[in-house]
Design a protein around this ligand. Structure first.
Ligand code: FAD
Ligand code: SIN
Length: 547
């Protein structure tokens, strides 16, 4: 479509093609031209992997207040109540939109079938068997055909276009920071395009790939957080990284999630002796919120030296298991476990980034014409721990709010300046890319060992020192070599890891997903979001802070 042109102009630039990016694109395409740039193929994000479903109040026994109450309880007093109310109230609209777009939600007769997950007091999870995200992604991609939307795949955004890219003497330097699009690496052609837009939506998803063990796909490298931070946006609550309790234990193999819905249907956690170790931990047992269950498993593994625990579904009817969890059943069978007769070996894995780029109720970041939605955004919805299946709902809600904001921004007369082409003069491929692989392995291992489910001051301090050193190495490499996707990702991982550690060091308490053995209690003085901005952070983060 754009050939080898280095310049693309559009009304809306969407970075990312998961549920947030696609949902926004469908709505914004009624207002103007949309370009969706995505790092890999269209469906390579976390959305396609979502299993459990979308939390939305549907049954007469349930209520908006109960859903709000459950979200607040999981989020340990850090949830923004007004945000939760707005998102939970959006549930009914989200459900109708999904149905309208042809998502084949499971039904029992005429009524939608609802699942149960940890922390929910009622059945309220809309699902399509155990592959809800794939069904949503496919329906949205189908709906995007014949709309005013152009997809550019294998396009990796490097940095947002702002005043940083204008000469110091440019008159727009006196204005508040604005976003005019992004520099995007076209991996097919090996060129960097300057994509200019009246409004840009960051929908780049999460950052599970910060950690050695994760449920997240390869694209989840926190690029959006790092790009927005470098551009001057506020990022918040990055210390709250959610670990899913039950990832299929498959050392050396691909990661695969065993949905919380399995526990919702009666799956029991056992140690290798068959004991239900959640007894005595929480009266809700396997259906306690994720932080509680993941920590209990982590503690058990550390104490016993075992490599995994087990999820037991063998008491359920075999036909029911095959029908309700066809993908989980198939995956386990392919890996030698018949879950109708055998326990599933599981371990926790990094799963969801509760913090992100701070947005207001209209999905605006602090940067003019830069919006954010989905996992990359921090809205205040999840507080210190996200309630299961609230993410797809929040993504749909904030994509909608962003589309309303986009309607306003398209009406305004805008003066987008000429921006310089990507400058790679002076770089030279030294053919030393092993450094990139090595640094990435170091960082993800460090995050797992030092900044994982259970933390301590000493480990966090060690992580800070080591990351400072790694950031210098990455910066040296970045300045000297041509840009490549793995280098862009490493640069973003190093910066975001540093921000996670910095946030974790600021929170000298334990709350929800952030558990520090040196500060085991929650304290009222920490009932605040942890906010970071480029110019307010010490020198080490500045290293990769320049665009
Ligand atoms: P994603 O779907 O991850 O999409 C991000 C997009 O951004 C991708 O297209 C990616 O290629 C692109 N991208 C990233 N960086 C760049 C870049 N630099 N340049 C260009 N493009 C870029 N939540 C629920 O509510 N219910 C569930 O049942 C559920 N199950 C889950 C199961 C798994 C295994 C996982 C990993 C998550 C699950 N979640 C679930 C969480 C939920 O799926 C995600 O939070 C949600 O899908 C995020 O959507 P998104 O659009 O923000 O990001
Ligand atoms: C799951 O199916 O367990 C994932 C649900 C979620 O992350 O919200």
């Amino acid at each position: 479509m754009f050939g080898d042109s280095k310049h693309i102009d559009t009304d809306f630039l969407v970075l990312g093609s998961g549920v947030a990016g696609l949902s926004f694109a469908l709505k914004a395409s009624r207002l103007g031209k949309v370009v969706v740039a995505t790092k890999g193929g269209i469906s390579e994000g976390a959305t396609s992997l979502a299993q459990g479903g979308v939390a939305a109040v549907q049954s007469p026994e349930d209520s908006i207040d109960a859903h709000i109450e459950d979200t607040l309880r999981a989020g340990r007093d850090l949830v923004h109540v007004d945000v939760v109310r707005r998102v939970v109230e959006f549930g009914a609209q989200a459900a109708s939109e999904l149905i309208e777009l042809g998502v084949p939600l499971d039904r029992r007769g005429e009524t939608l079938e609802l699942g149960l997950e940890g922390g929910h007091s009622h059945k309220r999870i809309l699902h399509v068997a155990d592959a809800t995200g794939k069904a949503i992604e496919e329906a949205f991609i189908e709906a995007a055909k014949n709309r005013n939307i152009t997809f550019i795949t294998n396009h990796c955004a490097i940095d947002l276009l702002t005043q940083h890219h204008l000469p110091a003497s440019h008159p727009m330097q006196n204005q508040p920071t604005q976003c005019w699009g992004a520099y995007i690496l076209d991996e097919n052609l090996g060129i960097v395009r300057t994509v200019r837009a009246k409004a840009t939506l960051l929908a780049t998803g999460g950052g599970g790939r910060l950690y050695q063990h994760t449920t997240n796909p390869p694209v989840s490298t926190a690029d959006g957080v790092a790009m927005a931070f470098r551009a001057g946006a506020t990022v918040a609550n990055l210390e709250f990284f959610q670990f899913h309790p039950t990832m299929f234990y498959n050392p050396g193999g691909d990661s695969f999630l065993i949905s919380e819905a399995v526990r919702g249907e009666g799956g029991m956690l056992r140690n290798r002796n068959g004991e239900r170790f959640m007894e005595g931990v929480d009266e809700r047992m396997e259906l306690a919120p994720r932080d509680v269950v993941a920590r209990a498993i982590d503690t058990h593994l550390k104490r016993t030296g075992d490599v995994c625990v087990f999820l037991d579904l063998t008491h359920k009817d075999g036909n029911f298991i095959e029908e309700r969890f066809p993908n989980i059943f198939r995956h386990c069978l392919e890996n030698g476990i018949d879950i109708r007769k055998e326990w599933i070996p599981v371990v926790p894995g990094a799963h969801y980034m509760c913090g992100g780029v701070k947005v207001d109720s209209s999905a605006r970041t602090g940067i003019v014409n830069l919006l954010a939605a989905g996992e990359v955004a921090f809205s205040g919805m999840h507080g210190a721990n996200r309630l299961a299946s609230n993410s797809l709902l929040e993504s749909l809600a904030y994509a909608h709010f962003a589309s309303e904001t986009a309607r306003e921004s398209i009406r305004l007369e805008q003066n987008i300046p000429e921006l310089p082409d990507w400058d790679d003069s002076g770089v030279f491929d030294r053919h030393e890319w092993v450094i990139i692989r090595h640094l990435r392995e170091e960082i993800t291992r460090l995050m797992w060992d030092y900044v994982g489910i259970v933390r301590s001051d000493d480990r966090l301090e060690a992580a800070r020192r080591l990351l400072h050193y790694f950031m210098r190495e990455v910066d040296l490499f970045y300045r000297a070599n041509p840009v490549r996707r793995d280098l862009v990702e490493l640069r973003n991982l190093a910066l975001t890891a540093t921000l996670v550690v910095k946030s974790a060091l600021m929170r000298k308490e334990s709350r929800g997903l952030h558990f520090n053995i040196d500060h085991p209690d929650s304290e009222a003085k920490f009932l605040l979001d942890t906010e970071l901005r480029n110019e307010e952070v010490e020198t080490d983060t500045h290293l990769l802070g320049s665009q």
